[in-house]
Design a protein around this ligand. Structure first.
Ligand code: ADP
Ligand code: MG
Length: 247
C-alpha cells in the first residue's frame, strides 16, 4: 500500500561513538505506507540507525525531515519530544512495565502525553487488543503472558500513541521459535492497514512477503537496496551476495 508521498527523508546521517563511526553518511527516504526491511550482519549499525531515526540516539550530523518537520542535532528537546510521539518503536526485549496491567501499559502514554480522556484511552486499548488478539488479557500482568503475547501488547502499546510510522528492531529475536509466527502475523496485519514501517529482522521469508523494499547495511553503510526480489534473488554487490548466501 505504498504511495508516492514521501513522509520521511534522512539526509547524510552520521553517528560516531567516540572515534567509532557507526553510521556513515546515510541518506534515504520512505513513502507513506511503505514497508522497509533492513538486513545486515550484527554490528552493521541497524539498531543505531533506528535509534537515530527516532532520536533515542542523537546523530552526530545529518538531518531528518519527517512530514515537513526538520530535525537535526541542534533541535530543541521540546521539538524532539513531540516528534518522538509520532514514531512508534518496538524492541527485541518487550519492555512492558511489569507493575502495570496490560490495559495500564497501553493507556499510560496516551493519557500522559496525548492528554486523551480515560474513556477514549480505554476504547482505543480495547480496539488495539482486539486487533492483536489479546482482549481477554486486558487485566493480566506482563508476567502472566508468554513472550509472544508480551510482544503483541508492546505493539499495541506503541500503536496507542497513533504513530505515523512504526520501527521494529528484531521484534521476534528473543522469542521461542513457536511464538515468532503470532508476532509476525500482527506485523503483517499492520502492514496491510497501510502503516509505514521500518523493520530490522532476520526473518527473511517474512521480509520477502511483506516488504516493499529491502535495505542491506554493512559497516554503517547502505550497501544495496531494492525490491525483495532484487536483493534476495539477484544481489549486485559482493557483500550482499556473501550475506545472502550465508542465510
Ligand atoms: P546492529 O544492530 O546492526 O547489530 P548496532 O547499531 O547495535 O548494530 O551497533 C553498531 C556498532 O555501534 C557496534 O560496533 C556497536 O558496538 C556500536 N555501538 C552501538 N551502540 C553503542 C553505544 N551506545 N556506545 C558505543 N558503541 C555503540
Ligand atoms: Mg541490532
Amino acid at each position: 500500500m505504498k504511495s508516492n508521498e514521501v513522509i520521511l527523508t534522512i539526509s547524510h546521517l552520521s553517528k560516531k561513538f567516540g572515534e567509532n563511526e557507526v553510521l556513515k553518511d546515510i541518506s534515504t527516504s520512505v513513502t507513506k505506507g511503505e514497508v522497509v526491511v533492513i538486513i545486515g550482519p550484527s554490528g552493521s549499525g541497524k539498531s543505531t540507525f533506528l535509534r537515530c531515526i527516532n532520536y533515542l540516539e542523537v546523530p552526530t550530523s545529518g538531518e531528518i525531515n519527517f512530514e515537513g518537520q526538520v530535525l537535526n542535532p541542534k533541535s530543541k528537546e521540546k521539538v524532539l519530544d513531540l516528534y518522538r510521539t509520532k514514531i512508534g518503536m518496538v524492541f527485541q526485549s518487550f519492555n512492558l512495565f511489569p507493575h502495570l496491567t496490560v490495559l495500564e501499559n497501553i493507556t499510560l502514554a496516551p493519557l500522559e502525553a496525548l492528554g486523551v480522556t480515560k474513556s477514549e484511552a480505554l476504547a482505543r486499548a480495547h480496539e488495539l487488543l482486539k486487533n492483536v488478539g489479546l482482549l481477554e488479557k486486558i487485566n493480566a500482568y506482563p508476567r502472566d503472558l508468554s513472550g509472544g503475547q508480551q510482544q503483541r501488547v508492546a505493539i499495541a502499546r506503541a500503536l496507542a500513541m497513533k504513530p505515523d510510522i512504526m520501527l521494529f528492531d528484531e521484534a521476534t529475536s528473543a522469542l521461542d521459535p513457536e511464538l515468532v509466527g503470532e508476532v509476525l502475523k500482527v506485523m503483517k496485519d499492520l502492514a496491510h492497514t497501510g502503516m509505514t514501517m521500518i523493520i530490522v529482522t532476520h526473518e527473511m521469508d517474512f521480509a520477502r512477503e511483506v516488504s516493499d523494499r529491502v535495505i542491506f547495511m554493512d559497516k554503517g553503510l547502505i550497501v544495496e537496496q531494492g525490491t525483495p526480489q532484487e536483493v534476495f534473488n539477484s544481489p549486485k554487490e559482493k557483500r550482499t551476495i556473501d550475506f545472502i548466501r550465508r542465510l
